[in-house]
Design a protein around this ligand. Structure first.
Ligand code: NAD
Ligand code: WQD
Length: 333
């Protein structure tokens, strides 16, 4: 079964491409390499022993999308392609609304033109903002987005929901919590451009001596050690959820939309992550306590029971394993 993977050379998309191949699917990747590198596709081939069909280009290019669907007998799509830096979305909102929304629209149009029904969409726990109750369930209300990036995820979910009501489209939005780690082969992983925004790449770069020290953004939150709490999920566990999601959609009748949390169900603080990284890898990381980062929520972690129920999927890898894999990947860089 040929599956279109938009953004398949990216951090999460590359791990999903591996899992698809290992589960017997044939991924067809489209990527414009705006935030990824071509060598990742060779690495996927190295891991799986299979070559990966690549279309280099932009999802917003309707001609390109049409040629992919007409050449490849696509039977489902996983849509990762998007811009994802929260801060950049605040300084350049138009870039984010254009890329994230128009990419989705072009994918939906092509799917409709070629009668392709199954779509897995990359959403984010950012749609919940600071939830009133933890762990956060899918019934929690969507709060006003903290950033244009977050807003694009809310809007994209609405576009998909409306489209599924008016057509045969079947779609599941996976609301990712905080993906971390890398493939245990250390052949693929996250490739942050410039100074990382996210915690774990910053820690691994600090451990590698590329950054002097890590600043913990606030230790005066209402949490046991004062630092923020998140639900960190190993990227390989997350990748497997996408394969389950495709299988799930295959069993569904036409015109379906739902969303599901993709997290571990466990919350860990920033200081715990740093401590676990040091212990697991037997390496010191210099850190200092700084002021709060604007827009950060205090604590959020998933209620993972819906994913267990509908996808028969749970995470297997610990925080410690994720941080070992993240460090092994950093060492290859
Ligand atoms: P990434 O930047 O590593 O991957 C995105 C890929 O899409 C890149 O390879 C990029 O080159 C490509 N791309 C971007 N715009 C494109 C376009 N218009 N046409 C073709 N290719 C395009 O990001 P990621 O971390 O793998 O995230 C994948 C998806 O998951 C995104 O939609 C992101 O918003 C979402 N998400 C990520 C996280 C996270 O923390 N990484 C959390 C929640 C949701
Ligand atoms: C995690 C924790 C920081 C860096 C972001 C997006 C979200 C989703 C995932 C896409 C926070 C703290 C971080 C540092 C720190 N992406 N931190 N020092 O903010 O939970 O989520 O990525 O959808 O939408 O907002 O992830 O990794 O940036 O931060 O103390 O140098 O680490 O304050 O508590 P976040 P993160």
């Amino acid at each position: 079964m040929n599956i279109l993977v938009t953004g398949g050379a990216g951090y999460i998309g590359s791990h999903v491409t591996v899992e698809l191949i290992e589960s017997g699917y044939t991924p067809v990747v489209v990527d414009n390499f705006s935030n990824s590198e071509k060598f990742i596709l060779n690495r996927i081939e190295k891991i799986t022993g299979k070559s990966v069909k690549l279309y280099e280009g932009d999802c917003r290019d309707r001609k390109l999308m049409d040629s992919i669907f007409s050449n490849e007998a696509i039977q489902g799509a996983i849509h990762f392609a998007a811009s994802k830096a929260v801060g950049e979305s605040v300084s350049n909102p138009v870039l984010y609304y254009d890329n994230n929304i128009n990419s989705l629209i072009c994918v939906l149009e092509a799917m409709s033109n070629y009668d392709v029904q199954n779509l897995v969409f990359s959403s984010s726990c950012t749609v919940y903002g600071q939830p009133d109750f933890l762990p956060v369930t899918e019934t929690s209300p969507i709060k006003k987005a903290e950033s244009p990036y977050g807003n694009t995820k809310q809007i994209c979910e609405e576009i998909i929901q409306d489209t599924s009501k008016s057509s045969a489209l079947k779609s599941l939005a996976l609301r990712y919590f905080n993906p971390i780690g890398a493939h245990p082969s250390s052949l693929i992983g996250e490739l942050p451009i410039g100074i990382p925004n996210n915690l774990v790449p910053f820690i691994t770069q600090a451990a590698a001596g590329l950054r002097d020290k890590i600043t913990v953004f606030g230790d005066d939150y209402n949490t046991p050690d004062g630092s923020c709490i998140r639900d960190y999920i190993h990227v390989v566990d997350l990748a497997k959820a996408h394969v389950r999601a495709l299988d799930f959609l295959d069993r569904k009748g036409a015109s379906f939309f739902d969303f599901v949390n993709a997290g571990t169900g466990l919350g860990h603080s920033v200081l715990e992550v740093i401590e676990t990284f040091q212990l697991a890898n037997q390496i010191k990381v210099k850190y200092e306590i700084g002021s709060r980062r604007s827009g950060d929520v205090e604590k959020v972690y998933a209620d993972a029971s819906k994913a267990r129920k509908i996808l028969n999927w749970t995470t297997k890898k610990s925080l410690q394993e994720s941080l070992v894999d993240a460090w092994n990947w950093q060492k290859t860089l």
